[in-house]
Write a new protein. Structure first.
Length: 117
């Protein structure tokens, strides 16, 4: 079943993910070049949050396996999807704790070694 406008939404979401990942990569490179420890650690935390966001989105997709294919995909459903995406993004940011074993901390330490900071 083809839903009008859904392709535009999925294309937009894919482009937004690409822009986000490119932005994070640029922030990490710029922070490393500027030798700014706080900016580098912040970029690493943002990358980890982005990674968790992708994990949570994929986990959420698995719950749809048991859903009804005939569900109405109207305005209310689109708004629910928007709020769900924002919720996933916020919970992903909160998942990053910055502890000594976090991915962000490991990326930060590796970037410092690689760029001789």
């Amino acid at each position: 079943m083809d839903i009008p406008g859904l392709n535009n939404y999925t294309d937009y979401a894919a482009q937004a993910d690409q822009v986000t990942s490119d932005k994070l990569r640029d922030q990490m490179q710029n922070a490393a070049k500027a030798e700014d420890d706080d900016a580098l650690l912040d970029a690493c935390k943002q990358f980890e949050a982005y990674l968790w966001e992708q994990v949570y989105k994929e986990m959420e997709k698995t719950t749809k396996l048991f859903g009804n294919d005939d569900e109405d995909e109207g305005y209310a459903s689109n708004m629910t999807g928007l709020f769900k995406d924002e919720f996933i993004q916020k919970i992903s940011e909160q998942t990053v704790d910055g502890g000594s074993n976090s991915l962000a901390q490991l990326l930060y330490e590796q970037a410092k070694r690689n760029y001789n900071l």
